[in-house]
Design a protein around this ligand. Structure first.
Ligand code: RIB
Ligand code: CA
Length: 327
């Protein structure tokens, strides 16, 4: 029996892993993508927007509308992650440019679309600036949000911008704080605890390269810059593809498991951007988040690769089920 597609809106800052997440979402038969909204993050909003348009064009999903949104955090000075994602945000890979333009008015798109589509899932893959601005300007729309599944934060794993802070919450801690305190709908935090298990190893990258399609080559080329960054800066062999895991969790909520707790975002001082997770009720605060702590990474990569390359299902199972490759 065909299950009904989940209605989603994706808020993102493409970004190499955001681009892989858009590919996964755009090629999934399980998601009805109502639109994509852009927040500044990895690179400036204009570049993130162009990257989103070009990635959707690459996977022949020019039907998905793209809206520009926040160009800077609520309060902090803007930064970027060019050293991680390359000067153009997608590993310095030059994609064929989409001929269409993005639309302006992300907040109004979100408001109108949520009003018309109650029960929509928000997927946030970048800083939460757009989501915070939406809730502040149109608080009534939250009733139409089924849940927010985000990539961001960390529970027990070290940060990637400071010992305790992950980039999306570091970039705009005030937005993250506002969302966690005001959404009052289920939030699933796909943090570094689980995304660090979504490690695209050189083996996996080469497997994708061997599929020998334009999409395969693009993924391989995009992730080379990202892989070099991981080796140079973290001594990790491969690259952590954070954002596709959040999308995969929406497609199949059994891929990761977690624990309920209260998440509070620190907005100043040396721990700025920290997601302080209380799963023991120490602060006597209401649970406001489902914090993912375990991930079946093999199931994730099978879903990721089979969704992008359905014609390669046999090869994917053969390699990913072969313990010779350390899987
Ligand atoms: O910390 C990783 C997150 O920050 C990812 O979403 C990456 O794309 C950046 O936005
Ligand atoms: Ca991102």
């Amino acid at each position: 029996m065909m299950t009904e597609k989940k209605k989603v809106i994706i808020d993102t800052d493409p970004g190499i892993d955001d681009s892989l997440a858009l590919m996964l979402a755009g090629k999934s038969n399980n998601l009805d993508i109502l639109g994509v909204t852009i927040a500044a993050g990895n690179v400036e909003n204009q570049q993130c927007t162009q990257n989103a348009l070009d990635v959707l064009h690459l996977i022949e999903r020019d039907d998905i509308p793209v809206y520009t949104g926040a160009t800077k955090p609520l309060k902090r000075e803007p930064i970027n992650a060019r050293e991680t994602h390359g000067s153009n945000g997608i590993g310095n890979v030059e994609l064929e440019h989409s001929k269409r333009q993005a639309k302006t008015g992300a907040l109004e798109f979100l408001k109108t679309t949520l009003e018309q589509n109650p029960g929509t899932t928000l997927i946030a893959l970048g800083p939460l600036t757009n989501i915070a601005l939406l809730l502040e300007k149109y608080p009534e729309v939250k009733e139409n949000i089924k849940e927010l599944v985000l990539m961001g934060g960390t529970y027990k794993s070290h940060g990637n911008c400071s010992p305790v802070a992950e980039f999306n919450f570091w970039f705009d801690p005030d937005a993250a704080k506002y969302v966690f305190e005001n959404l009052n709908k289920p939030i699933t935090m796909t943090g570094l605890d689980v995304t660090r298990k979504a490690l695209l190893t050189p083996n996996y990258a080469k497997l994708i390269k061997n599929f020998d399609t334009k999409l395969a080559d693009t993924i391989y080329d995009m992730t080379q810059f990202y892989t070099d960054f991981h080796w140079d800066r973290e001594g990790v062999l491969g690259c952590v593809i954070n954002d596709p895991l959040a999308v995969a969790q929406v497609i199949d909520p059994s891929i990761c498991t977690g624990i309920n707790g209260n998440v509070e975002i620190i907005t100043d001082g040396p721990a700025i951007g920290m997601s302080m997770v209380d799963t023991e009720g120490i602060l006597n605060k209401e649970d406001n988040c489902y914090i993912l702590t375990n991930c079946d990474h093999k199931r994730f990569f099978k879903l990721f690769m089979k969704t992008l390359f359905p014609e390669k299902e046999i090869e994917i199972d053969k390699i990913l089920d072969n313990e010779l490759y350390g899987n």
